[in-house]
Design a binder for this molecule. Structure first.
Ligand SMILES: Nc1ncnc2c1ncn2[C@@H]1O[C@H](COP(=O)(O)OP(=O)(O)OP(=O)(O)O)[C@@H](O)[C@H]1O
Ligand SMILES: [Mg+2]
Length: 250
C-alpha cells in the first residue's frame, strides 16, 4: 500500500547552519508516530517543513500521492499552499486562539475558511469537533475564560475541523501546568483509537510508548534510530538514543 505521507531527502538550512541533514520516512494511513529528540535537534523544523510553514532547502514531501509545496517545478504561493496545509491539522505548543471569538467560533472559522462551509455547516461541524474534545459545555465561552488544557483541546478541535488527513502535534502539552497534561493526552489517545494518522513531537515518553506504533529519534538533524515504540524506548540500540532516554527519565 502507498504511504499516506512520504518524506525524502528533507534538508533545511538557516544561513550556513544545516538543521535538517537529510530526513527520510514514511507514514502509513492510520499510523501513529512519535518524534523524540533533544532540544534543538530539528523536530519542530521537521514538522514545519512538512506543510511548508518552513520552506525546505531540499527534498520532497508527498501527501496521499500529491507533492506538497511545488507544482510543475515551481514553488507554490501561500494561496496555492492553503488547501494542502489544511490536509495537515497542526497543533502547537501555544494554542493561539482568537480571544475576541467564542470557543465555537474559533473552531468554526477554520472550517469556513479552509473547507468553504456555510456558517451553519461550520457551526455544526464545530460543535461536533468540540464534543470530541469534551468541550461542549464551554462552547459559548471566551478562550480567555479557559484553562490551558481546555484551550489546547479547543485548538485540537480547530485542527480537526479542517478535516485533515494527517494530524501534526508539536509538544502539545509542554506549555501546560502538570495537572492539565493528562486531559490533553487523553483526547489524543481517543483520536489515535479512532484510527487517525498522527505525527507527534513529544517529551512524554510513556505516552509515546503507549500510543505510538513507531518512534523516531532525531538528533543533530538526522534520524538516528527508529523502530516499534516499545522496542525503541525499552531497549534502544544506539548510544545517543540510550543517553537521551536515560536523561529524560530523570
Ligand atoms: N527561524 C530560524 N532561524 C535560524 N535558526 C533556527 C530557526 N528555527 C530553528 N532554528 C535552529 O534550528 C535548530 C533546530 O530547531 P528546532 O526548533 O527544530 O528544534 P527542536 O528539536 O524542535 O527543539 P525543542 O525541543 O527545543 O523544541 C536549532 O538550533 C534552532 O536554533
Ligand atoms: Mg520544537
Amino acid at each position: 500500500m502507498n504511504p499516506l505521507l512520504s518524506v525524502t531527502g528533507l534538508r533545511k538550512s538557516y544561513g550556513l547552519v544545516e538543521v535538517l541533514k537529510g530526513i527520510d520516512f514514511e507514514v502509513a494511513a492510520g499510523e501513529k508516530i512519535a518524534l523524540i529528540g533533544p532540544s534543538g535537534s530539528g523536530k519542530s523544523t521537521c514538522l514545519r517543513c512538512l506543510n511548508f510553514l518552513e520552506k525546505p532547502s531540499a527534498g520532497e514531501i508527498h501527501l496521499d500521492g500529491e507533492r506538497i509545496g511545488v507544482s510543475l517545478g515551481r514553488q507554490m504561493s501561500d494561496r496555492q499552499l492553503a488547501p494542502q496545509r489544511a490536509e495537515m491539522g497542526m497543533v502547537f505548543q501555544l494554542f493561539n486562539l482568537w480571544p475576541h471569538l467564542s470557543v465555537t467560533e474559533n473552531v468554526a472559522i477554520a472550517a469556513r475558511k479552509v473547507r468553504g462551509l456555510s456558517a451553519r455547516e461550520a457551526q455544526e461541524l464545530a460543535l461536533e469537533m468540540l464534543a470530541k474534545v469534551h468541550m461542549t459545555h464551554r462552547a459559548d465561552a471566551s478562550p480567555l475564560e479557559l484553562s490551558g488544557g481546555q484551550q489546547q483541546r479547543v485548538a485540537i478541535a480547530r485542527a480537526l475541523a479542517q478535516k485533515p488527513k494527517l494530524m501534526l502535534f508539536d509538544e502539545p502539552t509542554s506549555a501546560l501546568d502538570p495537572e492539565l497534561v493528562h486531559e490533553v493526552l487523553k483526547v489524543m489517545e481517543e483520536l489515535a483509537a479512532e484510527g487517525r494518522t498522527m505525527l507527534i513531537v513529544t517529551h512524554e515518553i510513556a505516552f509515546a510508548r503507549d500510543i505510538a506504533d513507531r518512534v523516531m529519534f532525531l538528533d543533530g538533524g538526522t534520524i538516528v534510530e527508529q523502530g516499534p515504540a516499545r522496542d525503541l524506548i525499552l531497549s534502544p540500540r544506539e548510544a545517543r538514543t540510550q543517553a537521551f532516554l536515560k536523561q529524560i527519565r530523570h
